[in-house]
Ligand binder design. Structure first.
Ligand code: 13P
Ligand code: SF4
Length: 314
């Protein structure tokens, strides 16, 4: 399968971009592996004709928005995102209309339609920087992740920040009680948490950051053990970079807000991310399908918000 992918990738001048939450074998064959911000930067910069996105729908859509002349393939269109789903365009439009005079900041984990009504996008890597760059006192609408929003609000002390009530079912499923129990089991381990986790979980963390920031931390920090409180796909890169260290995933508990059919109650995989397989990547390269298409008007507006993010996060 890998040989077949490589032959087609070369013939079609294609790149495979993969998120850290992808299956290990998918990360292994990718041309580039990164977090949401790094992947959008790669999509904007690539000179390939075809981008095969080993990630979820909003990521492939972001790539298409930034690179409209390229063919963007998402190997399984069912690879959605519970966080993006928690912010329906019509509801968000009403929310903005009900609160005029606010600068709208949206996490990239949103549909193109939501990005099109956004002033500036952000990812977990740059959300803090982007909010800090806005003048003090500026009224902000921050969507759709309430946990990331609460975290940014508490770090910056910004009072004028309205936060949309959305969440990612994977990160919502981590509980502070389970984390405390695991900390007792591994007292020397440092706790690494993604800011999509609830405040009670973040309060127990030694380091909070995007997937790329968590990975970087493990490469420079001197601890021997880490409890990883995010989707466990990133542990593949952590272990590869630091084979002598131990990485312990925190099991999730089913979040009442989840609504995602594949929740298993104890695991913490993002079932959407794990839909992408080598075979589906091969089939996508072979058939040129499923292709991501974004309406021109929506694309142009959404691009402004993403480009503003890329500018502000320099
Ligand atoms: P980052 O890639 O910004 O760490 O976000 C994690 C995530 O949930 C992506 O879906
Ligand atoms: Fe969406 Fe959460 Fe999966 Fe990321 S981990 S793609 S935010 S459902």
């Amino acid at each position: 399968m890998i040989t077949k992918i490589n032959t087609l990738r070369k013939a079609k001048n294609a790149v495979v971009l993969a998120h850290y939450y992808q299956r290990p074998e998918v990360q292994e064959i990718a041309d580039f592996v990164g977090d949401s911000l790094q992947l959008s930067e790669q999509a904007a910069a690539t000179d390939a004709d075809v981008i095969v996105f080993a990630g979820v729908h909003f990521m492939a859509e972001t790539a298409k928005i930034l690179a409209p002349g390229k063919k963007v393939l998402l190997p399984d269109l069912a690879a959605g995102c519970s966080l993006a789903e928690s912010c329906r365009p019509d509801d968000f439009r009403r929310f903005i209309a009900d609160h005029p005079g606010h600068t709208v900041i949206s996490y990239v984990n949103t549909s193109a339609a939501v990005k099109a009504m956004t002033d500036v996008c952000c990812t977990s890597s740059n959300a803090l920087k982007i909010v800090e760059r806005l003048p003090a006192g500026e009224k902000i609408i921050f969507g759709p992740d309430r946990n990331l929003g609460d975290y940014i609000k508490s770090v910056t002390g910004r009072k004028e920040m309205l936060i949309w009530d959305g969440a990612c079912h994977v990160h919502e499923a981590f509980s502070a009680e389970r984390l405390s129990a695991l900390k007792q089991q591994y007292p020397a381990a440092k706790v690494l948490a993604h800011p999509e986790c609830k405040t009670a979980v973040l309060l127990l963390a030694d380091f909070i950051g995007s997937t790329a920031a968590l990975l970087r931390f493990t490469q420079t920090d001197r601890a021997a053990q880490y409890i990883v409180v995010t989707e466990p796909g990133v542990i593949f890169q952590m272990q590869k970079a630091s084979p002598q260290k131990e990485f312990i995933p925190l099991p999730g508990v089913t979040a009442p807000s989840s609504g995602f059919a594949d929740d298993c109650g104890a695991c913490n995989d993002c079932g959407f991310m794990k839909l992408i397989t080598l075979e589906k990547i091969y089939r996508a390269l072979q058939s040129g399908q499923p292709e991501i298409v974004v309406d021109d008007d929506v694309r142009e507006k959404a691009e402004k918000a993403i480009r503003r993010m890329l500018e502000l996060s320099k």
